[in-house]
Design a protein around this ligand. Structure first.
Ligand SMILES: [Zn+2]
Length: 128
């Protein structure tokens, strides 16, 4: 079990959270509730760094926060995008394995923004 203090200071950066499954079973729901109240980590004012993909400089587009406001997250530590819904509920969904970039290593293929739309689609219900 983690302390009440820790419960109120859960790490907000997606790359610094431990998996929900690592928390005590009696605290998982409480932790999910805290994260839902906080909402996804969306640092809007940030100057998102560019990354060369192919031969173009690409970067995270903060407009995506508006488009995918209820789940899309950006880590200022990892410079990658993550999904709050997958973080919180993936283990209740039968789990699609660890292959999804938005849950595990983070997504940074900024040239492939269609992957964001695909992400909403393929795990259906809880992203909407
Ligand atoms: Zn997701």
């Amino acid at each position: 079990m983690i302390s009440e203090d820790d419960l109120n200071n859960l790490p907000s950066d997606p790359s610094e959270r431990k998996s929900i499954s690592q928390y005590h079973p009696n605290q998982k729901d409480e932790i999910r509730r805290k994260y839902l109240i906080k909402g996804p980590c969306q640092p809007r004012g940030h100057d998102f760094p560019r990354r060369i993909i192919g031969n173009k400089a690409r970067r995270f587009n903060p407009d995506w926060f508006d488009q995918y406001g209820n789940w899309l997250e950006y880590s200022l530590k990892a410079y990658k995008a993550f999904c709050l819904c997958c973080y919180l509920f993936r283990d209740q969904c039968g789990g699609q394995g660890g292959s999804d970039a938005f849950l595990t290593e983070g997504f940074s293929s900024w040239n492939k923004s269609e992957r964001l739309a695909t992400h909403v689609g393929h795990i259906n219900s809880f992203h909407n």
